[in-house]
Structures are given as C-alpha cells and as structure tokens.
Design a binder for this molecule. Structure first.
Ligand SMILES: Cc1cc2nc3c(=O)[nH]c(=O)nc-3n(C[C@H](O)[C@H](O)[C@H](O)COP(=O)(O)OP(=O)(O)OC[C@H]3O[C@@H](n4cnc5c(N)ncnc54)[C@H](O)[C@@H]3O)c2cc1C
Length: 371
C-alpha cells in the first residue's frame, strides 16, 4: 500500500519525518510557510538524547562545530546561583543553520519542499485529505501536522487550546559576549527566566520567556529588559557587556503549554503541534525530532504491513502519550512552582544547593532517554 504524505511545517519534527519517510521510499511533500534560512524564537540548546539518532541518519551538523554543553548554571532573581553537571548534556546550534541544513538533507533525500507555502485549510473526506494553501490545492493520503506551537490553521481546525489566551511571550537574540562554550545558564527574573548558551561561530543565544503582564507594565521590550530582567545582577552584567546582533529581537506571544491531541481530525500531530514542553527543560527540539522519527516509523509499518488507518491513528496516539505526556506535565509543574519569581527561584537554587539528588531527580522527570 503506498500513500503520499503531506507534512505541514518544515521545522525539526517535519523535516525529520520527511527525511525518514523519503529514505524508506515513501513519497512526501513538506509545506513550509517561510523561506529557509530564518531565525526563530528558541534557546537553541539541543539535548544529546537526539545526537545518536541524528548521527545515524547522517544529519548531525558536525561541520558547524556546535559547542558541546555539559554544565548548567541556575540563578535566582537575587543573583544567587548554583552550578550543576548535566547528566547527558547537549550541543548548541542556531535554528537558522540547523533547520536550513536539515532542509538541504531532506532535498538530497528526494523530499519535495514547498517554501513560502502556508497551509490554510485541511479537509478530510473518505480517507483523503485536501490541503488548501497560499499557492494552490493539494491532496494527500496522510497528513502530519508539524506546524509548531501555534498557527492560524489551529483556528481553522477549531482546536480547543487556541480558544484560550496564554500569557507567555518569548524573546530571542544572538549576541557576542564572553561566555563559556560548555555552559548553559538559566537566570530568573520577576515574571520569567532567561537562557544563555553558545551556538556555532562563537555566537551566544540569549532567549527568555516572560509573562505578558510584565511586558505590559514596562511598555516595551527594551524598558522591560532594563527594569525587570536586570534586577538579576547576572543578567545585568550580560546586558551591559554584550553586543546585540539583531536589529530587532525575534518574538512570539501566546505560547501555550497545554497538552493537545496527538491525532486530530485524522491528522498525526508531531512536535510542538501536539504539545510544547516548558523551555526551561531544554528538550523541546529533541522531542520534536523524536516525534518525527516515531511518526515516520509507524507510517512505514502502516504501508508495509497494510494496516488500517484506525491502527495508525490509535498506535501513534498511544506511543506519543507513553513517551511524552509525563515529561510535558513535569516541565509545566516545574515552570509553575520553581521559576519566575524571587521566592520560587530562591527555592529552586536552594534545593539544588542543599539537596542535589532531589534536583537531579526533578530534571530527570522532564527528560527522556537517548533514542
Ligand atoms: C522561549 C523558548 C525557548 C526554547 N528553548 C529551547 C531550547 O533551548 N532547547 C530546546 O530543545 N527547545 C527549546 N524550545 C522549544 C523548541 O523551540 C520547540 O520545541 C521546537 O522548535 C519544536 O519544533 P517543531 O518542529 O515542532 O516546530 P517548529 O520548529 O516551530 O516548526 C514549525 C514550522 O511550521 C511552519 N508553519 C507554521 N504554520 C504553518 C502553516 N500553516 N503552513 C505551513 N507551515 C507552517 C513554521 O514556519 C515552522 O517552520 C524553546 C521554546 C521557546 C518558546
């Protein structure tokens, strides 16, 4: 049985799925609304749980010499901090370079990528999908939804989470600053937290998540950074002594951490489209890659073993929940109780200083295994 697969969204989940499917002889098309390469809001620290898989696929970007990161610094709002070793660690790479590299690898693997092509509607009738896009109408036998945290498409599909407002805003810069290659820092400030780590070419990523009320009170991003982020003395040092390389920061708003449906309207949802883990965990990218791998393996079995569509949908939902739901919940709870205020961040730092095994156990709850 052969079906053509439409993949909506060419981020990590979509491109991973596309590369795997195409190499298994399954024809697929990626619909990406933007044109590579482009920046996006992300801390750009990739957990090493994804590294062996990327290497086995021949898509680990070793030529970009991504820094290897294995130490973690956590600071409270008052600047009190602790260093921890990361069990597994990770590597730093910009999404500008990484997604573009994966898109090149996908093309080399005969994936058709339609850039500047936004999917606006997906309709399902009698086992066939119709995709209405900004450049025309397409049909497909299977659709993977890998279009990230939030898209106009969610309104068309009438998904529940999109009807609720979410208070989080994300902001990202690339900076030049004096920062160790092997470290990822997470600095709290009132109403949010900011991650800092190296990416390729000696650049440093500075990315934070903040409650929209904090931004509203300050009026604009620059004022908020001066008044609120710089209340943490470690962040104040970074803001004072760094060169900011973007004209404007990359920003996103309405970031929701609700767990969503892994299958919706017969669409197999992968990566953030099925649920975004709190960024403080630093493994949303690895999870998106893992989901891309998982969905492609199941589609391969579905085609080869002539399984039913109901089998594919049920098995994907079951495996997705078994692998990701506990981590998403743990991340959300940690973000809620241990970050973003003077009291909670103080508790988090003291916990890490006085009870390191408990802190390590908390980190493990939100992390997965090498896959
Ligand atoms: C502030 C912040 C910091 C983070 N830091 C980290 C970190 O350090 N490490 C980590 O592992 N994770 C981090 N994450 C999470 C990580 O960014 C995501 O989990 C990851 O990008 C998910 O990949 P994805 O493929 O699911 O979606 P995305 O990478 O968002 O890709 C989705 C793609 O779909 C496209 N698209 C959207 N709508 C349409 C449409 N209608 N038609 C066609 N194309 C469409 C978009 O243009 C995009 O290219 C962070 C998240 C935030 C918010």
């Amino acid at each position: 049985m052969q079906k053509n697969v439409a993949i909506v969204g060419g981020g990590l989940a979509g491109l991973t799925a596309a590369i795997c499917l195409s190499r298994q002889g399954i024809s697929c098309t990626v619909f990406e609304k933007r044109k590579y390469p482009f920046h996006r809001v992300c801390g750009e620290y990739v957990s090493n749980e994804a590294k062996p898989f990327l290497q086995s696929l021949g898509v680990f970007p070793a030529h970009l010499e991504p820094p290897s990161i294995h130490r973690f610094q956590l600071s409270a709002v008052n600047g009190k901090y602790v260093f921890l070793n990361l069990d597994l660690g990770g590597f730093g790479i910009s999404r500008f370079a990484f997604d573009n590299f994966l898109a090149e690898k996908a093309r080399e693997s005969d994936v058709k990528i339609l850039e500047n092509c936004e999917v606006r509607e997906i309709n399902y009738h009698d086992g066939e999908f119709e995709l209405i896009t900004s450049t025309g109408t397409f049909t497909a036998g299977i659709v993977i939804g890998a279009y990230g945290k939030r898209s106009k498409l969610d309104f068309f599909l009438n998904r529940d989470f999109i009807k609720k407002r979410s208070p989080f805003v994300g902001v990202k810069y690339h900076i030049r600053t004096d920062f160790p290659d092997d470290l990822i820092a997470l600095h709290n400030f009132p109403g949010g937290y900011c991650g800092i780590s190296r990416v390729e070419n000696g650049l440093t990523n500075l990315c934070y998540l903040v409650h929209r009320d904090v931004l509203r009170q300050s009026g604009n991003i620059a004022a908020m950074e001066g008044e609120v982020l710089c209340r943490n003395p470690l962040l104040e040092q970074i803001f004072k002594h760094s060169e900011f390389l973007f004209q404007q920061p990359e920003t996103i708003n309405e970031i929701s951490f609700d767990i969503r449906e892994p299958v919706y309207n017969h669409i197999l949802m992968a990566g953030d489209t099925a649920g975004l883990i709190a960024p403080l965990c630093g493994n949303g990218m690895a999870m998106a890659i893992h989901a891309g791998k998982m969905v492609s393996e199941l589609i391969h079995r579905y085609c080869k073993e002539k399984k039913s569509s109901a089998w594919l949908e049920n098995e994907y939902a079951r495996q997705w929940r078994a692998l990701f739901v506990r981590r998403l919940r743990a991340g959300r709870l940690m973000q809620h109780y241990l970050f973003g205020s003077a009291v909670s961040s103080g508790i988090a730092v003291n916990l890490a200083l006085t009870l390191p095994p408990v802190a390590r156990q908390l980190v493990r709850l939100s992390h997965g295994q090498v896959f």
